[in-house]
Design a protein around this ligand. Structure first.
Ligand code: G3P
Length: 226
């Protein structure tokens, strides 16, 4: 499993990138709004993220028609070679994904909540598909089960003829709210988990690691004073 950071916050991205295990970043309109992002600065901000991260950076189109999404997507893809255009799973989004994939642009199909949606994304040429765990849980459904179903269904087929450069579509477990979401998504075979910085910090921690470290430090003091 690879880890992406789900944020538009440059300080978080810089910090997480310095830990050495970050493979990419995903953003969305809400995450950009959360950092006080302005419309006129959006492309420049995505460029700043791309300069920090050596990996795919998802930037979302907010257009609603296929022609507008394609135009948006081509502009976003111009920002940097590692930009991935994020497009919602809907009819216009599928059509735009096909057109962009045919032009060599990588697409992350987002707001995916079902196996049929994920298969359609794969057939339309998406490079990534993002099933949302937490938002499914929010409506008393099982978001993790849906991720497992999507991984299993996509593994049943070869989608390489549909995607950019023949690469297999990868599943990004998104809307991750806890380290346990990451554990379960990894066991189900999700290729990537995109996590908020708070979850990434919790993923590093374990009380037994803290306790073990404390006792090693105490014992080393004894060695130094011996
Ligand atoms: O990147 C999209 C997704 O991860 C959003 O998560 O917590 O807003 O449901 P959340």
């Amino acid at each position: 499993m690879k880890f992406f950071l789900d944020t538009a916050d440059l300080a978080e991205i810089e910090e997480a990138a310095s830990w050495g295990a970050l493979a990419g970043v995903t953003t969305n309109p809400s995450l950009y709004a959360r950092i006080g992002g302005k419309l006129e600065d959006f492309h420049a901000h995505i460029k700043r993220i791309c300069d920090i991260v050596d990996g795919p950076v998802s930037a979302e189109s907010v257009a609603m028609t296929r022609d507008e999404i394609i135009r948006d997507g081509l502009e976003l893809a111009e920002i940097a070679p590692n930009v991935v255009v994020k497009i919602p799973t809907m009819v216009e989004g599928l059509a735009a994904t096909r057109a962009l994939a045919d032009q060599g642009v990588s697409v992350n199909m987002t707001l995916c909540f079902s196996v049929p949606q994920a298969i359609l994304a794969a057939r339309a040429g998406a490079r990534y598909v993002s099933p949302f765990i937490g938002r499914f849980d929010d409506i008393s459904e099982d978001g993790l089960e849906q991720v497992g179903n999507i991984v299993q269904a996509l593994n049943n087929y070869d989608f390489s003829s549909s995607t950019v450069n023949g690469e297999q579509i990868e599943v990004i477990a998104a809307s991750v709210r806890s380290a346990n979401h990451v554990t379960q998504a990894a066991l189900m075979g999700a290729d990537i988990a995109t996590v908020p910085f708070g979850v990434l910090k919790k993923m590093v921690q374990h009380p037994l690691t803290d306790r073990g470290l404390e006792s090693f430090m105490k014992d080393w003091e004894k060695v130094q004073n011996a």
